[in-house]
Design a binder for this molecule. Structure first.
Ligand code: KG4
Ligand code: ZN
Length: 339
């Protein structure tokens, strides 16, 4: 088979991104315009501003991705685009753009699930990784424990009951005055703190041993901060960050590796923005080594939202023969495994 080049577009949240991916594993370009600075002043992503910025930037980002890959649209075999889940207005920009290019050029269109993209990011730098394996997807919007049975075939065995892991990082960061996005800031500050200084709760969900719940932990952190304020005690922010982070990591590690064992797997991967957390990686590395499990993770640039991961997922859909019509629409609450 000749080479397959996929042009991928991602605009589900606050990054306007475009990439060119060759044969599902080789990234020829990966251009990301991040809107973070724009949203920081509001303490989180403002959907309407995100949509407008996507419209402003998307053509520039696509042009840059083609140029960096040193290809033109005539070389492209498929256009992959995130069509959900995400912010509807933001998703619509990418979907409309991809449909317009497909309509104008006749290049096949492939709608990609955002989480499938995050999982597929692992294929970029781990050329030997193939399904089946278990993957923890921990991002700002999702905490999913997924059995990847085959390319494009997923079984979600655990999910969050309330806040996603990244959301908890963001909310706790705001409470201790670190600003948005909180994950990287807590990651950094935690290095200066004692993870055993404060014992925060590790929630279990009675009905499903793989499910996550982080809202109780978030409340415990807020109560601790309020309690200190009432007693006139100054909060040690680094200790709060380290202790909170440890509580999140303990639960993610325990649930995930229990799933790996119960499903009889020997490979485990992480994905999503939270997967770039340095302590999380270290904990998984250590625990996987101790249990004889192969551990995989993408580089930070492929953990947070990017289009290369969408190009990888799009490639595997493409070679299976999956195509989307020009009636492809943005689906803000798209479930994994639906098409
Ligand atoms: O995957 P992503 O870029 O967007 C979504 O699909 O949600 O994830 C963003 C989330 C944010 O909540 C951010 O705080 C978190 O990932 N994050 C981190 C780190 N880097 C990003 N959380 C913990 N530690 C980090 N180093
Ligand atoms: Zn994401």
């Amino acid at each position: 088979m000749s080479d397959v080049l996929v042009l991928a577009i991602e605009s589900s949240c606050d990054e306007t991104a475009c990439a060119v991916v060759k044969n599902g594993r080789e990234v020829l370009s990966n251009v990301i315009y991040t809107q973070i600075a724009l949203h920081t002043q509001y303490g989180g992503v403002v959907p309407e501003i995100a949509s407008r910025k996507h419209i402003e930037k998307i053509n520039q980002v696509i042009t840059a991705a083609l140029k960096e890959a040193d290809v033109s649209l005539t070389d492209i075999d498929a256009i992959a685009v995130t069509y959900g889940p995400g912010l509807v207005g933001a998703l619509l920009v990418g979907v409309s753009e991809a449909k317009a290019i497909s309509f104008a050029t006749g290049i096949p269109l492939i709608g990609v699930h955002h989480i499938e993209g995050h999982i597929s990011a692992n294929y970029i730098e781990n050329k030997e990784l193939e399904p089946p394996f278990v993957c923890l997807v921990a991002s700002g919007g999702h905490s999913h424990l997924v059995v990847v049975k085959d390319y494009g075939e997923y079984e979600i065995i655990g999910r969050t009951r309330d806040d996603a892991a990244g959301e908890a990082f963001d909310k706790v960061a705001r409470a201790i005055g670190l600003g948005y996005p909180g994950g990287p800031k807590i990651d950094k500050l935690a290095k200066e703190g004692n993870p055993d200084a404060i014992l925060f709760p590790r929630a279990k969900v009675a009905e499903n041993e793989y499910d996550f719940s982080f809202s109780g932990l978030k409340s415990a952190v807020l109560n601790y901060i309020n309690g200190c304020a009432m007693k006139g005690i100054e909060v040690n922010k680094a200790d709060v960050a380290a202790s909170f982070q440890k509580a999140v990591i303990d639960v993610l590690v325990e649930h995930s590796l229990h799933g790996v064992k119960e499903y009889g797997m020997n490979k485990f991967a992480i994905a999503g923005g939270v997967a770039s957390n340095s302590s999380l990686r270290a904990a998984f590395e250590e625990q996987c080594r101790a249990r004889g499990i192969e551990f995989y993770h993408p580089s930070p640039v492929y953990c947070t939202d990017n289009a290369a991961m969408i190009g990888v997922a799009g490639y595997y859909e493409f070679i299976k023969g999956n195509r989307s019509g020009l009636d492809l629409n943005a689906v803000p609450n798209l479930k994994l495994g639906e098409r």
